[in-house]
Design a protein around this ligand. Structure first.
Ligand code: FAD
Length: 464
């Protein structure tokens, strides 16, 4: 690899080489995990390249291929698993300059990968009264390409499911890393070759997404004396097809009391809460359900003054991984897990087994027509061994864990190789230069994903 020759070949494409800035851009939110923090702290690229057009992306990839330079794509760097961290050094590919909206119709939007999701929604709302079906809680920062390559679902998933459900992404334009980079248009099932592949097998430069009607969503918080009652209510209203909801998240006490600072005046001692975004027409019927379930309305944003509204963050910034972020600000020793509980009984069992060691945070989501309990529980971290034990307790009780303390696609996912993603990497990145170390099947096809051992990328030196 020759970074100097690579750089010289880039012409006037902007390049940053100040070591502090490069190191800062070589990081994402990996520090949510004490395990990833120890493993990845020293990781850095040598330069950051910021192309301004698809043609410039092609030039970067052509020259990377010619000079053997590893390329790690980056949007806003809000991923949680070290996904956007350059394990082999080389260059960060900053895609945030590709931020144009290309076409909006009442049903769909086509835009470049670096556009911030909130900006994209502003454009579609103004043009056709539509918005993205769902977005991560990092809506105000995250890029469209980063969400597709690194995310899974979010605010809106209670109605629309996840990113990898067919129909959630309509078309991707991807650039390959070869002697002559190709521009590929992926549709239908081919989209899954690249969606949630961490940019290991192609650079997304453009995406076409379906739109849903935009609403003036009403932020609400309701309280329950018992967490399981809060979950029972959330499951019941989540199943009501007549209620248009965009967010539905039960959080067990003491999460709201300890972490939701600005909302504290509304939160009662000992109560668990459900965070809700409801369409205006859904609020009244939702309150009827709330009465039937013995819950209490703590707060609804359409009934407070403008000054108070401005003081409060949007409710989605208490939810998803913002819950964890707020927790980390109060208590940096905590961490979290990503789980899925097949039924309320599973939630109840795990809560009773782990108690206050794992304050529960659920996101209600829709999968294959069923409302399920996706978990992002807080973990009061003591050691890696205990964290593994907590994972084991989940698995022994038939609850899924998507381990957020691993940086590889396989270990953080379903613990199996995605053959379509691997085959696409052979085609689109034959030299293995894109985001090295994130796809075990590429580097170490014989690694036993069920061995219980964590895979360590050979290029990764132990943290000093
Ligand atoms: P980055 O972090 O920059 O990149 C993510 C991955 O995609 C990396 O592997 C990167 O290499 C790759 N990549 C980036 N751009 C491209 C491209 N154009 N082509 C190919 N590969 C690319 N995730 C959710 O799914 N739902 C949530 O609700 C959610 N909430 C979050 C809340 C907080 C507070 C935080 C810190 C994270 C959260 N996340 C969530 C994770 C993350 O924010 C989302 O995945 C987000 O969409 C990532 O966007 P980004 O632009 O920051 O991507």
């Amino acid at each position: 690899m020759s970074i100097a020759e690579f750089r010289a070949a880039l012409g006037d494409i902007p390049v940053e080489d100040h070591p502090r800035i490069v190191q800062q851009r070589s990081r994402d939110h990996y520090w949510y995990s004490p395990i990833l923090k120890a493993r990845l702290d020293q990781v850095t690229a040598e330069i950051v390249v910021s192309p301004r057009s698809v043609e410039e992306v092609k030039t970067v990839l052509r020259e990377a291929h010619r000079h053997g330079v590893p390329i790690t794509p980056r949007g806003a760097g809000t991923g949680n698993y070290g996904q956007a961290m350059p394990l082999s050094g080389g260059a960060m590919l900053n895609l945030m300059n590709l931020d144009k909206v290309i076409e909006i119709t009442p049903e769909r939007v086509r835009a470049q990968a670096g556009i911030v999701l909130e900006k994209l929604d502003e454009a579609t709302k103004a043009a056709v009264g539509g918005e993205l079906r769902f977005h991560p809680s990092t809506y105000r920062m995250a890029s469209l390409g980063g969400f597709i390559a690194g995310g899974s679902g979010g605010v809106g998933s209670i109605r629309w499911g996840g990113l990898r459900n067919l129909g959630s992404i309509l078309r991707l334009k991807v650039i390959t890393c070869e002697a002559e980079p190709r521009e590929l248009e992926l549709t239908g099932e081919d989209i899954l070759k690249v969606a949630h592949a961490y940019g290991t097998n192609g650079i997304i430069v453009e995406a076409e997404m379906p739109l849903a009607p935009a609403y003036e969503w009403v932020d609400m918080m309701v309280g329950f004396d018992d967490f399981i009652d809060a979950c029972r209510f959330a499951e019941a209203v989540g199943r009501q097809d007549s209620l248009l909801l965009k967010e539905l998240s039960p959080c067990a006490a003491p999460i709201p009391q300890d972490y939701f600072n600005r909302h504290k005046p509304y939160i009662k001692d000992g109560q668990s809460v459900v965070l809700i975004m409801a369409a205006p027409v859904a609020v009244d019927p939702l309150l009827v359900h709330l009465g039937h379930h013995g819950g209490e309305l703590l707060y609804r944003a359409d009934k407070i003054g403008e000054t108070e509204k401005r003081r409060l963050p949007p409710i989605y910034e208490l939810a998803w991984n913002h819950t964890t972020l707020r927790g980390l600000k109060v208590d940096p020793s905590i961490t979290y897990l990503q789980t899925q509980y097949p039924t309320l009984e599973h939630v109840e069992r795990i809560v009773s087994m782990l108690g206050d060691e794992m304050p529960m945070h659920i996101e209600m989501t829709r999968f294959d027509g069923r409302v399920v309990f996706s978990g992002l529980p807080i973990v009061r971290y003591t050691s890696e061994e205990r964290l593994e034990e907590i994972i084991r307790i989940h698995e022994e009780n038939d609850c899924l864990v998507f381990n957020p303390h691993r940086f590889t696609l396989e270990e953080g996912g379903m613990k199996r190789t995605d053959q379509a993603q691997l085959a696409f990497k052979h085609d689109a990145d034959p030299s293995g230069l894109l985001n090295p170390g994130k796809m075990i099947a590429w580097d170490d096809p014989d690694f036993d994903l069920n061995s219980g051992r964590a895979w360590l990328f050979t290029g990764l030196e132990p943290a000093k």
